[in-house]
Design a protein around this ligand. Structure first.
Ligand code: WTA
Length: 672
C-alpha cells in the first residue's frame, strides 16, 4: 500500500440541505426509539450509541432477533478478532422464515416475484409457502449428505428458488457461497475450488431481455476439475434443454418432492417440518467472494449471530420499514446488497419485498416504474449507475407512471453525484422523498454510514456514521482529519456483522484491514475508501484507495482483469485502469503488452476483450484495449496504475523519478 495517499482536498462544499418532513420524522422507527430513550437530538443519539456500542448492540439483538439460547457475553474483542453474542444459539433462517410462518405473518407475502417475461404472471409467495419450500430443500440437501459446515455454491438468477437455496443452507448449518450469475465458468470454477463445495445449485437458464439464456453449461464447464462437488441441483426456470450428468445432477423439483417445476401456486402435499439447526452465533453463515487488490478473489466469511441482527435493524432504522411497506432492493443476490437487503434483512423483519428477475430496460425503460406502480412499492433502493442510466433515458419514463406510493429512496455501491441525487429525488421521488445514501461493503454486512429518515440531507453525502458505530476519517498518522480535509475511512470498534475472516487465508485478513494503523492504534479497521468530512460533519466518499474498480456498482479488482488478459496466449503483460464514465461510474481500460512477435493488430483488441469476458464474465469486459510496449513500474516490478491512469486521463503524473522505467510513461496514450 506504499503509494496510497490518505490526504486529499475538498473541491467544493455542498450547501443545499433537504430537511425531512415532520411526518416522516415523527413516525419513524428511529424516532420511536429515541423518544423511548429520552434522546433530544439525532446527534446526541448517534454519539451515545457509538460510545455505548456494546450495550446498544445487545439491545438491538434482543429487539430484532429470537435466540434459542442467550449469550453469556455480548462481545469478546481481541483485536482484530471479534466474537459477538458469545455462547448464544440462533439460526438466521429461523429468524427470517420460521418464526413468521408459525406466527401472525404466516399469510403475509414475503416476496412478490416479478418474472422478466411480460407474459408471465407475478407470483406472491407467503411466509408459510417460503417455509414449506425451505423445509423441502433443506431436507433435500440433507438427503444428498450435506451436513453442518459443508459449503454449497449457489449460481442462480434472481428467482425465489435462490432465496430458498440460501435459506435452506442456513437452516441446516451449511455455508452458502453465492456466485453472481454474471460471472463466467472461470469465475465460478475458482470460487468452487476455493470453497470446496459439496453441492452446486443452479438453473437450466434464465431470462434476459426477453430471451431464455442457458446457465447450466457454465456449471458443467466450471466443475470439470472440482472433486469436491458431489451433486448439482438444477432448477428448471427457462425451459432450456440441458444435459444432466447421470448420478450427479438432480432436478430441484424432484429433490423437493414436486412432480413438475414449482409454480408457487399449487399446494404440494404436506411434509414434516424441519427444525432449524441451533447454530452458535459465531458459526459461519456464508462465504461471499469479493475483489481485493490481488487477482485472487477473497472469500469473506459472515456468521449467523451478526446476520440475525444488523441487516434487519439497519433496514428498520434507515429505511424505516413498517409492517405495510413494500420494499424493493434492486440488487442481485450475487452481491452483498442482495444477501443483506434482499434476503436476510427484509425477511428477518417480516417485510414484503419485490424480487424482479430481469433487466431494468426490458421491454423498455418503463419496466421498473411499472413494477413500482403496480405493486405500490413504498421504499426503493438501487445503485447510482441505474439512476444515471434512467437520467440518460429521460424523465419521460418515470413521468409516465404513478410513483406516488414511494415514500423513501436509497442508493448504494458507489458515490452518487449530486446531480444524479437531485434527479432521483425529483423524478422517482416526486420531489418529496428523502434519499438514504448508504455506504458499506461486503466486509461490513450492513450499512455503516447512512442518513436516517430524521437526518437533514446534503446531496451526494451519506451523512454520518450510523448508531452503534465509531467511524472516522484518519490521516496517515491515525489522527482524525479536520473538517474540509480527507483521509481513510476507519472503524474504531467492531460491530456484529463485520467479516470474521477470509476463507482459508487468515494472513490476508490481518494485513488488508488491520495492519495499516496497528502500530499506532491496534484494532482500527481500514475500510479501503477515502472520504472527507465537511464543517458540519457530513461525509463525502471519494472512492477506493486501492486498486479496486467499481463498474456499474460491481466490485472488480484491476489485478483480476489483468490476470485474465495475461492468461491469453498472445499477451505478455497487462495494466488495467478505470476510466470515469457518465453512466457506469467507471469503465475498464486495458493497456496490453503483447508477446514478442505478436502483431498489434486492431482486430486482436476485441478478441482480448472477449477473452476477459469468457474468463471472468460480462461485468469485467474491458471497453477499450490499447497496445503499449511497456508500462510504468516500481523498481520492485509493481505496475504503477496510478501513474498510468493520470497520464491516460491527461492529469499530472506527479513525481516519477523513482520508477524503474520513467520513459514508459510517455508512451501511455491519452484516452478519450
Ligand atoms: C463503494 C457494496 C460511495 C465503496 C455494498 C466500498 C460506496 C465499496 C457506497 C464496497 C456509497 C459502497 N457511496 N461508495 N454509498 N456504498 N460504496 O463490497 O468504495 O460491493 O468500499 O459492497 O463500494 O463494495 P461492495
Amino acid at each position: 500500500m506504499a503509494e496510497q495517499k490518505a490526504t486529499t482536498s475538498v473541491l467544493y462544499e455542498e450547501t443545499r440541505i433537504f430537511e425531512p418532513s415532520r411526518d416522516l420524522v415523527e413516525n419513524s422507527n428511529v424516532m420511536q426509539w429515541m423518544k423511548k430513550k429520552g434522546f433530544k437530538s439525532e446527534r446526541e443519539m448517534r454519539a451515545w450509541t457509538g460510545q455505548h456500542y456494546i450495550q446498544f448492540w445487545a439491545e438491538m439483538a434482543e429487539t430484532y432477533a429470537d435466540w434459542f439460547e442467550p449469550w453469556a457475553q455480548v462481545l469478546e474483542w481481541k483485536p482484530p478478532y471479534a466474537r459477538w453474542y458469545v455462547g448464544a444459539k440462533c439460526n438466521v433462517a429461523y429468524n427470517a422464515v420460521d418464526r413468521h410462518a408459525k406466527g401472525a405473518r404466516k399469510d403475509k407475502v414475503a416476496y412478490i416475484f416479478v418474472p422478466e417475461p411480460v407474459d408471465q404472471p407475478t407470483i406472491k409467495i407467503t411466509y408459510s409457502k417460503l417455509y414449506d419450500r425451505v423445509n423441502r430443500f433443506a431436507a433435500g440437501l440433507k438427503s444428498l449428505g450435506v451436513v453442518k459446515g459443508d459449503r454449497v455454491s449457489i449460481y442462480m438468477p434472481m428467482i425465489p428458488e435462490t432465496a430458498v437455496a440460501m435459506l435452506a443452507c442456513a437452516k441446516i448449518g451449511a455455508i452458502h457461497s453465492v456466485v453472481f450469475s454474471g460471472f463466467s465458468a472461470g469465475g465460478l470454477n475458482s470460487r468452487i475450488l476455493d470453497a470446496e463445495s459439496k453441492v452446486v445449485v443452479t438453473t437450466d437458464g434464465f431470462f434476459r431481455r426477453g430471451k431464455p439464456l442457458p446457465l447450466k453449461p457454465n456449471v458443467d464447464e466450471a466443475t470439470s476439475n472440482t472433486p469436491s462437488v458431489q451433486n448439482v441441483v438444477v432448477v428448471k426456470r427457462a425451459g432450456i434443454d440441458v444435459p444432466m450428468k447421470k448420478g450427479r445432477d438432480i432436478w430441484y423439483h424432484e429433490l423437493i418432492g414436486l412432480k413438475k417445476p414449482d409454480d408457487w401456486v399449487t399446494d404440494p402435499p404436506d411434509i414434516p417440518a424441519l427444525e432449524a439447526e441451533p447454530m452458535d452465533s459465531e458459526d459461519r453463515l456464508f462465504i461471499l467472494y469479493t475483489s481485493g487488490t490481488t487477482g485472487k478473489p477473497k472469500g469473506i466469511e459472515h456468521v449467523h449471530g451478526g446476520y440475525c441482527v444488523t441487516p434487519a435493524q439497519t433496514l428498520a432504522w434507515v429505511f424505516d420499514i413498517k409492517e405495510d411497506d413494500i420494499w424493493w432492493c434492486t440488487a442481485d443476490v450475487g452481491w452483498i446488497t442482495g444477501h443483506s437487503y434482499v434476503i436476510y434483512g427484509p425477511l428477518c423483519l417480516g417485510a414484503t419485498s419485490i424480487l424482479y428477475e430481469g433487466s431494468p430496460d426490458y421491454p423498455d425503460f418503463g419496466r421498473w416504474f411499472k413494477i413500482v406502480e403496480e405493486n405500490k412499492v413504498s421504499v426503493f433502493y438501487t445503485a447510482p449507475t441505474a439512476i444515471r442510466m434512467f437520467m440518460k433515458a429521460g424523465e419521460e419514463w418515470p413521468k409516465k407512471y404513478d410513483l406516488s406510493s414511494l415514500r423513501l429512496l436509497g442508493t448504494v455501491g458507489e458515490p452518487i453525484n449530486p446531480e444524479a441525487w437531485i434527479w432521483y429525488r425529483k423524478f422517482f421521488g416526486n420531489d418529496k422523498c428523502q434519499i438514504m445514501d448508504t455506504w458499506w461493503q461486503t466486509e461490513t454486512g450492513c450499512f455503516l454510514i447512512s442518513p436516517l429518515p430524521i437526518t437533514p440531507l446534503k446531496p451526494g453525502s451519506p451523512t454520518f456514521p450510523l448508531p452503534g458505530f465509531n467511524i472516522d476519517i484518519y490521516d496517515e498518522d491515525a489522527n482524525p482529519v479536520s473538517p474540509g480535509s480527507g483521509g481513510n475511512i476507519i472503524s474504531m470498534t467492531p460491530w456484529p456483522s463485520m467479516l470474521r475472516a477470509f476463507y482459508r487465508d487468515p494472513e490476508r485478513y490481518n494485513k488488508e484491514y488491520w495492519s495499516t494503523y496497528w502500530d499506532i492504534r491496534p484494532g482500527t479497521y481500514l475500510a479501503g475508501d477515502k472520504a472527507t468530512k465537511d464543517k458540519d460533519g457530513y461525509f463525502t466518499i471519494q472512492g477506493r484507495i486501492d486498486d479496486v474498480l467499481k463498474v456499474a456498482g460491481h466490485r472488480i479488482s484491476n489485478a483480476e482483469v489483468e490476470s485474465a488478459l495475461v492468461s491469453h496466449p498472445k499477451v505478455a503483460e497487462a495494466a488495467v485502469i478505470g476510466k470515469p464514465d457518465e453512466v457506469k461510474g467507471e469503465v475498464i481500460v486495458a493497456f496490453v503488452i503483447l508477446k514478442t512477435g505478436v502483431e498489434p493488430a486492431d482486430d486482436l483488441k476485441p478478441v482480448l476483450a472477449k477473452h476477459v469476458r469468457s474468463v471472468l464474465g460480462p461485468v469485467a469486459y474491458p471497453e477499450v484495449v490499447y497496445f503499449v510496449n511497456d508500462v510504468p513500474k516500481t523498481r520492485s516490478g509493481k505496475i504503477m496504475r496510478r501513474v498510468i491512469k493520470a497520464k491516460a486521463l491527461g492529469n499530472p503524473v506527479g513525481d516519477i523519478s523513482a520508477l524503474a522505467n520513467p520513459e514508459s510513461v510517455d508512451a501511455i496514450p491519452l484516452i478519450k
